[in-house]
Design a protein around this ligand. Structure first.
Ligand SMILES: Cc1cc2nc3c(=O)[nH]c(=O)nc-3n(C[C@H](O)[C@H](O)[C@H](O)COP(=O)(O)OP(=O)(O)OC[C@H]3O[C@@H](n4cnc5c(N)ncnc54)[C@H](O)[C@@H]3O)c2cc1C
Ligand code: SF4
Length: 343
């Protein structure tokens, strides 16, 4: 690992004015940016440095900034500080009771040790796990090269939707649930300004820019994730399939947020697929198949099939499609309190 200097910021303003580029910019081989980057829990940042993919000149530690590690709620909704850990998110009464799919997504991420250190902001801003991207020997398109090695290579964990020149799947498990809840992110800049953006718009696919996963700008600090209030009766479910039961990344996951009208019909619904595309993938056809319907096994099954309509699996990942359809069916039935019947 190369030498770098360390700065522990005490305020958001100090961090924002110190940060000179995003990690995505710092990792591009053709960069002439001053590689001063931010660190929260450090799980991904240190991985990238140890893998020889990122060589910062200075690291700005965010962990000592007070006030970014709490979860609060008021009439406008819930505010989750960017330094809240995945473990806090999994256990907090607000997330558990009102945003159950989010708490379950956090609880199913990584290992207990990692969840105690990893922060929500860092989780949303971590870089992808594509093994070609993580290999210093592969100068792929996401690192500023010309080729994607995954299309003709080992692509069993890659995207089945939206792989326009790059087939990563978005690495954040909680992002699937946050998009289903229509979360927004709050970002502070060096000029003292703040912007909030829908997470769904903040996470960008390769068709926008293959070298970054987000709309984070140089020097910006993510300060919070904002969730709208959940009306009484909204049910949410998160389901994940991985190869091992613990400590493993999703090979497919699903978040469903469902609100029913007084007559029991589905009124508002979000169906979002994770580990399926370079961004959390809103399954609009599944949402359409559910809206206005009384939910039973046939409707849930149709939603599952609709969720995978239009998928473009690669040579080695078509196995993901029946898994995604099954997860959607089960999540919808669970959210609607309908028992699954075995034919
Ligand atoms: C074995 C293993 C299993 C894992 N399994 C999962 C899993 O199942 N699901 C999952 O989602 N993740 C998983 N992870 C990834 C892990 O959860 C992330 O690496 C971690 O959440 C990153 O958070 P952090 O706080 O450590 O971020 P850091 O590593 O500190 O930062 C990550 C990135 O975010 C930027 N950053 C951090 N905070 C801010 C901020 N507030 N403002 C601006 N920029 C910021 C940094 O500059 C950096 O680019 C796994 C990791 C390992 C090692
Ligand atoms: S899928 Fe994306 S990150 Fe992986 S090799 Fe292709 S361009 Fe690189």
């Amino acid at each position: 690992m190369d030498r770098f200097t360390w700065q522990s910021a005490r305020t958001v303003a100090e961090a924002a004015s110190a940060g000179k580029c995003t990690v995505a910019e710092a990792m591009r081989a053709d960069t002439d940016a001053d590689r001063v980057v931010m660190k929260a829990g450090g799980i991904d940042l240190l991985d990238l440095m140890k893998e020889g993919l990122l060589r910062p000149t200075r690291v700005i530690n965010l962990r000592d900034i007070p006030g970014l590690d709490t979860i609060t709620e008021d009439a406008a909704g819930t505010r989750i500080g960017a330094l809240v850990t995945l473990e806090q998110l999994a256990a907090h009464s607000i997330s558990r009771q009102r945003y159950t799919a989010l708490a379950d997504a956090a609880a199913s991420s990584a290992t207990p040790q990692i969840r105690h250190v990893a922060t929500l902001g860092g989780n949303l801003l971590q870089r992808p796990r594509c093994w070609y991207f993580r290999s210093a020997a592969h100068h792929c398109a996401r690192k500023g090269g010309e080729h994607c090695f995954a299309f003709a290579g080992e692509n069993q964990y890659h995207a089945v939707f939206g792989h326009d020149g790059c087939a990563i799947v978005h690495p954040s498990t909680v992002a699937t649930a946050l998009v289903a809840f229509n979360a927004r992110v709050e970002l502070a800049n060096a000029q003292g300004g703040t912007r909030t953006v829908a997470l769904e718009a903040f996470l960008v696919g390769p068709e926008v820019d293959v070298t970054r996963e987000t709309d984070l700008r140089a020097g910006e600090v993510m300060t919070a994730v904002l969730l709208p209030p959940m009306p009484a009766g909204v049910r949410s479910v998160f389901l994940k399939q991985a190869e091992r039961l613990s400590s493993d990344w999703s090979i497919a996951d699903v978040a469903v947020v469902l609100q029913r009208a007084a007559d029991g019909r589905c009124q508002n619904v979000s169906v979002v697929l994770g580990a399926a595309a370079p961004v959390p993938w809103r399954a609009q056809k599944a949402e359409a198949a559910l809206t206005g319907r009384l939910i039973d096994a046939a409707v849930a099954n149709a939603a599952g099939e609709a969720a995978i309509a239009g998928a473009e699996p690669l040579r080695r990942n078509a196995y993901k499609l029946p898994i995604l359809a099954t997860l959607v069916r089960r999540a919808v039935l669970t959210a609607a309190d309908v028992r699954e019947t075995v034919p």
